[in-house]
Design a protein around this ligand. Structure first.
Ligand SMILES: [Zn+2]
Length: 266
Protein backbone atom coordinates (compact mmCIF):
# COMPACT_ATOMS: atom_id res chain seq x y z
CA UNK A 1 0.00 0.00 0.00
CA UNK A 2 1.25 3.47 -0.79
CA UNK A 3 0.63 6.35 1.57
CA UNK A 4 -1.61 9.27 0.65
CA UNK A 5 1.43 11.51 0.36
CA UNK A 6 3.16 9.09 -2.00
CA UNK A 7 -0.03 8.90 -4.00
CA UNK A 8 -0.12 12.69 -4.43
CA UNK A 9 3.58 12.72 -5.31
CA UNK A 10 3.05 10.15 -8.03
CA UNK A 11 0.04 12.12 -9.28
CA UNK A 12 2.13 15.31 -9.35
CA UNK A 13 4.89 13.60 -11.33
CA UNK A 14 2.38 12.19 -13.82
CA UNK A 15 0.76 15.62 -14.24
CA UNK A 16 4.18 17.23 -14.71
CA UNK A 17 4.01 19.21 -11.43
CA UNK A 18 6.77 19.50 -8.87
CA UNK A 19 6.31 16.55 -6.45
CA UNK A 20 7.88 18.60 -3.64
CA UNK A 21 5.03 21.10 -3.76
CA UNK A 22 2.44 18.67 -2.47
CA UNK A 23 0.70 21.27 -0.30
CA UNK A 24 -0.18 23.18 -3.45
CA UNK A 25 -1.40 20.04 -5.17
CA UNK A 26 -3.56 19.10 -2.19
CA UNK A 27 -5.14 22.51 -1.86
CA UNK A 28 -6.51 22.27 -5.39
CA UNK A 29 -7.84 18.76 -4.78
CA UNK A 30 -11.58 18.73 -5.43
CA UNK A 31 -13.96 17.98 -2.63
CA UNK A 32 -16.00 14.81 -3.26
CA UNK A 33 -18.90 16.17 -1.17
CA UNK A 34 -19.39 19.09 -3.58
CA UNK A 35 -18.73 17.80 -7.07
CA UNK A 36 -20.57 20.69 -8.74
CA UNK A 37 -18.65 23.42 -6.93
CA UNK A 38 -17.42 25.96 -9.50
CA UNK A 39 -18.91 23.87 -12.35
CA UNK A 40 -22.40 25.32 -11.77
CA UNK A 41 -22.53 29.13 -11.76
CA UNK A 42 -24.85 31.57 -10.04
CA UNK A 43 -27.32 32.86 -12.67
CA UNK A 44 -27.52 36.28 -10.97
CA UNK A 45 -23.82 37.21 -10.99
CA UNK A 46 -22.10 34.47 -13.01
CA UNK A 47 -19.72 33.43 -10.23
CA UNK A 48 -19.28 29.71 -9.54
CA UNK A 49 -21.08 28.12 -6.61
CA UNK A 50 -19.16 27.03 -3.58
CA UNK A 51 -20.19 24.44 -1.00
CA UNK A 52 -19.85 23.57 2.66
CA UNK A 53 -21.43 21.57 5.46
CA UNK A 54 -23.57 23.40 7.97
CA UNK A 55 -24.99 22.16 11.24
CA UNK A 56 -28.70 22.50 11.89
CA UNK A 57 -30.46 23.21 15.20
CA UNK A 58 -30.64 19.55 16.22
CA UNK A 59 -26.96 19.04 15.43
CA UNK A 60 -27.69 17.38 12.10
CA UNK A 61 -25.29 18.21 9.27
CA UNK A 62 -26.47 19.52 5.91
CA UNK A 63 -24.46 19.99 2.70
CA UNK A 64 -25.20 23.19 0.76
CA UNK A 65 -24.06 25.13 -2.24
CA UNK A 66 -24.27 28.91 -2.51
CA UNK A 67 -22.94 31.76 -4.63
CA UNK A 68 -19.23 32.24 -3.91
CA UNK A 69 -19.51 36.01 -4.40
CA UNK A 70 -22.42 36.10 -1.88
CA UNK A 71 -24.62 38.14 -4.25
CA UNK A 72 -27.47 36.59 -2.25
CA UNK A 73 -27.72 34.29 0.73
CA UNK A 74 -29.91 31.54 -0.72
CA UNK A 75 -28.56 28.09 0.07
CA UNK A 76 -29.07 25.21 -2.34
CA UNK A 77 -29.11 21.72 -0.79
CA UNK A 78 -26.50 19.52 -2.51
CA UNK A 79 -29.02 16.78 -3.31
CA UNK A 80 -31.48 19.28 -4.78
CA UNK A 81 -28.95 20.69 -7.25
CA UNK A 82 -27.66 17.26 -8.16
CA UNK A 83 -31.17 15.86 -8.74
CA UNK A 84 -32.04 18.84 -10.93
CA UNK A 85 -28.91 18.27 -13.01
CA UNK A 86 -29.52 14.52 -13.35
CA UNK A 87 -33.13 15.23 -14.41
CA UNK A 88 -31.85 17.64 -17.04
CA UNK A 89 -29.27 15.12 -18.27
CA UNK A 90 -31.95 12.45 -18.54
CA UNK A 91 -34.15 14.87 -20.52
CA UNK A 92 -31.42 15.61 -23.05
CA UNK A 93 -30.28 11.97 -23.36
CA UNK A 94 -30.80 11.06 -27.01
CA UNK A 95 -33.52 8.54 -27.87
CA UNK A 96 -32.22 5.09 -28.74
CA UNK A 97 -33.10 5.41 -32.41
CA UNK A 98 -31.34 8.78 -32.73
CA UNK A 99 -28.29 7.49 -30.93
CA UNK A 100 -28.05 4.40 -33.13
CA UNK A 101 -28.33 6.54 -36.26
CA UNK A 102 -25.70 8.92 -34.93
CA UNK A 103 -23.25 6.12 -34.13
CA UNK A 104 -23.82 4.61 -37.57
CA UNK A 105 -23.08 8.00 -39.06
CA UNK A 106 -19.85 8.38 -37.06
CA UNK A 107 -18.82 4.92 -38.18
CA UNK A 108 -19.61 5.68 -41.80
CA UNK A 109 -17.67 8.96 -41.71
CA UNK A 110 -14.70 7.17 -40.23
CA UNK A 111 -14.69 4.52 -42.93
CA UNK A 112 -15.15 7.12 -45.68
CA UNK A 113 -12.14 8.99 -44.39
CA UNK A 114 -10.20 5.76 -43.99
CA UNK A 115 -10.79 4.69 -47.59
CA UNK A 116 -9.80 8.15 -48.84
CA UNK A 117 -6.55 7.91 -46.86
CA UNK A 118 -5.82 4.42 -48.18
CA UNK A 119 -6.39 5.67 -51.74
CA UNK A 120 -4.02 8.62 -51.24
CA UNK A 121 -1.39 6.35 -49.71
CA UNK A 122 -1.63 3.85 -52.59
CA UNK A 123 -1.28 6.65 -55.14
CA UNK A 124 1.83 7.94 -53.36
CA UNK A 125 3.27 4.39 -53.24
CA UNK A 126 2.72 4.01 -56.98
CA UNK A 127 4.36 7.37 -57.69
CA UNK A 128 7.41 6.43 -55.59
CA UNK A 129 7.76 3.16 -57.53
CA UNK A 130 7.52 5.00 -60.87
CA UNK A 131 10.15 7.50 -59.77
CA UNK A 132 12.50 4.69 -58.68
CA UNK A 133 12.15 3.09 -62.13
CA UNK A 134 12.81 6.44 -63.78
CA UNK A 135 15.94 6.91 -61.68
CA UNK A 136 17.20 3.51 -62.74
CA UNK A 137 16.77 4.38 -66.43
CA UNK A 138 18.49 7.71 -65.86
CA UNK A 139 21.52 6.01 -64.31
CA UNK A 140 21.71 3.48 -67.16
CA UNK A 141 21.51 6.21 -69.83
CA UNK A 142 24.15 8.23 -68.05
CA UNK A 143 26.49 5.21 -67.81
CA UNK A 144 26.00 4.34 -71.51
CA UNK A 145 26.77 7.93 -72.44
CA UNK A 146 23.29 8.84 -73.76
CA UNK A 147 22.84 11.51 -71.03
CA UNK A 148 25.67 13.87 -70.13
CA UNK A 149 26.61 14.30 -66.48
CA UNK A 150 24.97 17.71 -66.50
CA UNK A 151 21.61 16.35 -67.72
CA UNK A 152 21.96 13.47 -65.25
CA UNK A 153 22.41 15.83 -62.28
CA UNK A 154 19.55 18.05 -63.37
CA UNK A 155 17.12 15.14 -63.92
CA UNK A 156 18.29 13.41 -60.78
CA UNK A 157 17.56 16.48 -58.63
CA UNK A 158 14.07 16.72 -60.16
CA UNK A 159 13.33 13.06 -59.36
CA UNK A 160 14.59 13.44 -55.77
CA UNK A 161 12.38 16.48 -55.33
CA UNK A 162 9.27 14.61 -56.56
CA UNK A 163 10.23 11.62 -54.40
CA UNK A 164 10.40 13.79 -51.27
CA UNK A 165 6.97 15.27 -52.01
CA UNK A 166 5.41 11.83 -52.59
CA UNK A 167 6.95 10.62 -49.33
CA UNK A 168 5.39 13.55 -47.43
CA UNK A 169 1.95 12.77 -48.91
CA UNK A 170 2.44 9.13 -47.94
CA UNK A 171 3.39 9.99 -44.35
CA UNK A 172 0.48 12.42 -43.99
CA UNK A 173 -1.97 9.72 -44.97
CA UNK A 174 -0.66 7.22 -42.43
CA UNK A 175 -3.74 5.93 -40.64
CA UNK A 176 -4.00 6.25 -36.89
CA UNK A 177 -4.34 2.78 -35.54
CA UNK A 178 -6.86 3.49 -32.81
CA UNK A 179 -9.69 1.11 -32.44
CA UNK A 180 -12.84 2.67 -33.93
CA UNK A 181 -15.05 -0.09 -32.52
CA UNK A 182 -13.83 0.60 -29.00
CA UNK A 183 -14.25 4.35 -29.47
CA UNK A 184 -17.79 4.12 -30.82
CA UNK A 185 -18.92 1.62 -28.20
CA UNK A 186 -17.46 3.86 -25.46
CA UNK A 187 -19.28 6.89 -26.91
CA UNK A 188 -22.51 4.94 -27.16
CA UNK A 189 -22.38 3.79 -23.53
CA UNK A 190 -21.59 7.34 -22.45
CA UNK A 191 -24.45 8.88 -24.43
CA UNK A 192 -27.07 6.17 -23.83
CA UNK A 193 -27.92 7.49 -20.35
CA UNK A 194 -26.33 10.81 -19.45
CA UNK A 195 -27.80 10.71 -15.94
CA UNK A 196 -26.10 7.37 -15.25
CA UNK A 197 -22.86 8.58 -16.85
CA UNK A 198 -22.98 11.54 -14.45
CA UNK A 199 -23.39 9.20 -11.46
CA UNK A 200 -20.48 7.00 -12.54
CA UNK A 201 -18.08 9.89 -13.24
CA UNK A 202 -15.23 11.14 -11.10
CA UNK A 203 -14.98 14.91 -10.59
CA UNK A 204 -12.39 15.15 -13.36
CA UNK A 205 -14.64 13.21 -15.76
CA UNK A 206 -17.64 15.33 -14.74
CA UNK A 207 -15.87 18.49 -15.82
CA UNK A 208 -15.13 17.00 -19.23
CA UNK A 209 -18.64 15.56 -19.62
CA UNK A 210 -20.53 18.69 -18.56
CA UNK A 211 -18.09 20.93 -20.46
CA UNK A 212 -18.78 19.02 -23.66
CA UNK A 213 -22.57 19.12 -23.24
CA UNK A 214 -22.79 22.68 -21.88
CA UNK A 215 -19.84 24.60 -23.39
CA UNK A 216 -21.18 27.92 -22.02
CA UNK A 217 -21.55 26.51 -18.52
CA UNK A 218 -24.60 25.79 -16.40
CA UNK A 219 -26.25 28.43 -14.26
CA UNK A 220 -28.58 28.01 -11.29
CA UNK A 221 -31.35 30.61 -11.26
CA UNK A 222 -32.70 29.92 -7.71
CA UNK A 223 -36.18 28.95 -8.96
CA UNK A 224 -35.17 25.31 -9.29
CA UNK A 225 -34.10 25.37 -12.92
CA UNK A 226 -30.76 25.18 -14.62
CA UNK A 227 -30.23 27.41 -17.63
CA UNK A 228 -28.09 25.43 -19.97
CA UNK A 229 -27.09 26.09 -23.55
CA UNK A 230 -26.63 22.68 -25.04
CA UNK A 231 -23.71 22.27 -27.44
CA UNK A 232 -24.60 22.00 -31.16
CA UNK A 233 -23.38 18.41 -31.40
CA UNK A 234 -25.69 17.31 -28.56
CA UNK A 235 -28.58 19.16 -30.18
CA UNK A 236 -27.78 17.28 -33.39
CA UNK A 237 -27.75 13.91 -31.65
CA UNK A 238 -31.11 14.64 -30.00
CA UNK A 239 -32.75 15.30 -33.36
CA UNK A 240 -30.57 13.05 -35.41
CA UNK A 241 -33.38 11.54 -37.44
CA UNK A 242 -34.14 14.94 -39.01
CA UNK A 243 -30.49 16.00 -39.18
CA UNK A 244 -29.33 12.83 -40.88
CA UNK A 245 -31.13 13.24 -44.19
CA UNK A 246 -29.74 16.76 -44.46
CA UNK A 247 -26.20 15.61 -43.63
CA UNK A 248 -26.41 12.77 -46.13
CA UNK A 249 -27.30 15.22 -48.87
CA UNK A 250 -24.54 17.68 -47.90
CA UNK A 251 -21.82 15.08 -47.45
CA UNK A 252 -22.87 12.88 -50.34
CA UNK A 253 -23.30 9.77 -48.22
CA UNK A 254 -25.49 6.82 -49.03
CA UNK A 255 -28.86 6.98 -47.23
CA UNK A 256 -28.83 4.94 -44.03
CA UNK A 257 -32.42 3.74 -44.09
CA UNK A 258 -32.77 0.60 -46.13
CA UNK A 259 -36.35 -0.15 -45.14
CA UNK A 260 -37.97 2.40 -47.45
CA UNK A 261 -41.01 1.03 -49.25
CA UNK A 262 -40.44 0.20 -52.91
CA UNK A 263 -41.65 2.83 -55.33
CA UNK A 264 -44.90 2.05 -57.04
CA UNK A 265 -44.69 2.80 -60.76
CA UNK A 266 -47.25 5.34 -61.94
ZN1 LIG B 1 -24.14 35.27 -7.36
Amino acid sequence: MISEEQYYKVQAIIDGRNPNKIALARRTFENEDFPLRRIVKCAKCGVGLTGAWSTGKCGKKYAYYWCASKCNYKCIPVNYLETSLITLLKEITPKEKCLNLFMEFVYKCYHNRLSRLVKTKNEADREIEDLKALRKILVEKNLSGVYSDEIFREQSAMIEDKMTRAQIVKDDSTINKYNIDAVTSFMKTLLADLGETYRRSTIGQLKVLLGSIFPHGIAWDYTGTLNPQISPIFQYIQHFEEVLSHLERVMGLEPTTKDQPPRVPE
